[in-house]
Design a protein around this ligand. Structure first.
Ligand SMILES: [Zn+2]
Ligand SMILES: [Zn+2]
Length: 297
């Protein structure tokens, strides 16, 4: 693989409201600078930017991959109360559309998340994933993904293997364990754990960078953005912030350096990009087919 084959598959744009600071046109320019022909959107919990992204990326002569980093309730999305010890209110999971059917599944999941599963964040659950996982590629997400959280935060490999097996049942060979290298200490433990699980369960790995801003020097401005989101000031030592300045849109060379320990994870980013080929038709009637409509379960 040459460095320019690398594709970023985990990218938060300005439509990850008050969380992502990447503007579309700047992102496209960066892709061209890096010789990338494919660009991805995976905003948090919503599809707000998807269509504009699809249209403008194509105009910029880039292949768009549309995805979403969903929030997944640990149990039913309908349970909106406390949590059990060792759990969180929601885990993260990245889903990418392989084609139009996958895109429609993303839309359904995003709608259910807002209408039916909202609790602090728009949440889906595994019941919905069982119904709407067709034509979607799933990546296990950041340290807040279920598998990573069990490995890292809970130090519970048994629970991590169980979670990974569940995702394998749901997605088969369309599920990838996501490795990230953002200079966070816990990532070392998590990445080692994920590699072990991949070997044990015969799963694939993929390298991503969880991009929240375009350039490294944008990290400070992004911190201010997070303060606006959480209603805090930069003077507050307890404010929510990311403990790294490496959530930028790294060059293929940067990624190759950071993942020298796992070239197959790097190569799989291009493999996944090749599996995602979304074509949306315009100028056609898109009204829902009444006979296919049903109430939210
Ligand atoms: Zn995440
Ligand atoms: Zn993310």
């Amino acid at each position: 693989m040459t460095a320019t084959d690398f594709v970023h598959l985990h990218v938060h744009t300005q439509y990850s409201l008050l969380d992502g600071a990447i503007r579309f046109n700047d992102l496209y320019a960066k892709c061209h600078e890096f010789g990338m022909d494919t660009v991805t959107i995976t905003d948090h919990g919503t599809m707000f930017g998807a269509l504009e992204f699809y249209e403008t990326a194509r105009k910029a002569k880039l292949k768009p991959i549309i995805g979403c980093e969903f929030y997944v309730a640990p149990h039913s999305r309908k349970i909106k109360g406390g949590k059990t010890a060792g759990e969180v209110l929601y885990y993260h999971l990245v889903l990418l559309a392989m084609n139009k059917n996958g895109y429609q599944n993303l839309l359904k999941l995003a709608s259910y998340a807002q209408l039916d599963g909202y609790y602090y964040k728009p949440r889906i659950d595994k019941e919905l994933l069982r119904e709407h996982s067709a034509d979607l590629i799933a990546l296990s997400a950041c340290l807040h993904g279920e598998v990573a959280y069990q490995v890292g935060h809970n130090r519970d490999m048994k629970a991590a293997v169980k979670a990974a097996s569940e995702f394998k049942d749901l997605f088969g060979d369309r599920f990838y364990l996501e490795l990230q290298e953002n200079g966070l200490e816990e990532q070392k433990v998590v990445n080692d754990g994920l590699k072990k699980i991949a070997a044990e369960l015969d799963m694939q790995l993929v390298a991503t960078n969880d991009c929240h801003y375009l350039n490294r020097e944008d990290a400070a401005a992004h911190e201010v953005l997070l303060c606006i989101q959480t209603g805090k000031t930069m003077d507050d030592p307890k404010r929510f912030k990311f403990s790294t300045d490496e959530l930028y849109f790294k060059s293929p060379a940067d990624m190759a350096r950071d993942f020298a320990h796992c070239p197959e994870a790097l190569a799989n980013a291009a493999v996944i990009a090749g599996r995602c080929n979304l074509e949306l038709e315009y100028g056609e009637s898109c009204f829902p087919v009444l006979s296919r409509l049903r109430a939210i379960p």
